[in-house]
Design a protein around this ligand. Sequence first.
Ligand code: NAP
Length: 265
Amino acid sequence: MDVYGLLGNPVGHSLSPPMHEAAYAALDMDARYVTFEPDASDGAAAVEAAETLGIAGLNVTIPFKEDVLDAVEPDDLARRVGAVNTVDFSGDVPTGHNTDVAGVQRAFERFDVPLAGADAVIVGAGGAARAAAVALVTAGADVAVANRTVERARALAADVGADAFGLDALPDLLVGADVLVNATSVGMEEDVSPVPADALHADLAVLDAVYSPLETRLLREAAEAGATTIDGAWMLLYQGVVAFERWTGSDAPVDAMNAALREGL
Ligand code: NAP
């Protein structure tokens, strides 16, 4: 039996176990997906222990995504994001990957939104914004990063080759934009949006990284403006799909994984 797992703290409410186990069931695989919750300082040691124990693959979440970089050989995307969310033990040394990047790209692809040549705006400059920025720049979009703390937007933009703004620039930035990503946590705790409703329009495709609730105020207002809306579960789904495909070399049963994920939300 192959054992896969999630390294995080806390991991109690993660939807990765049901999502991956739904894939194993759909493909009749002899595999399990379990959670590991070491102390916050033990991320690198946990990766070494997982290798020793013969764990087949690990997902990595907060607070270990950055620390684990030192315990693996990161690929180019993980290095560019500065964070690892997937570890592959199939080679001579554990390799580190960031499937949040492909998760963002595949979510847009699912909705037939072209990214090459698109004018894209990312709100936020934390971990999710970093993955989204690398995803959009790599796919050939022209990216503007707008963040409450402008210094953080500048640092991210300089790292990935984007432009940096404060949140007050959003109405102007969105006038000719094709793609908008909310990568802040705004909309999770309260029914508020980080983007003024009157800046939204029908030519936009809007991805909200927030997945709880699924229908955020931003997505509601974007739909009212006639925009294409993509909820955060699509990004979450596809980072898992891409991790599954890396570990197994097989196509993932996307519908089964999507159903398990949405049932858990
Ligand atoms: P993070 O690193 O802590 O970054 C938080 C971001 O939100 C920062 O840009 C911060 O701005 C901004 N922010 C927080 N409160 C704000 C407010 N009241 N007004 C304006 N901006 C505010 O968090 P993260 O890991 O990037 O996660 C961000 C969101 O993405 C979370 O909701 C998380 O659940 C979600 N996420 C989803 C997926 C997925 O697969 N769907 C994956 C990863 C994360 P400052 O820099 O000014 O503080």
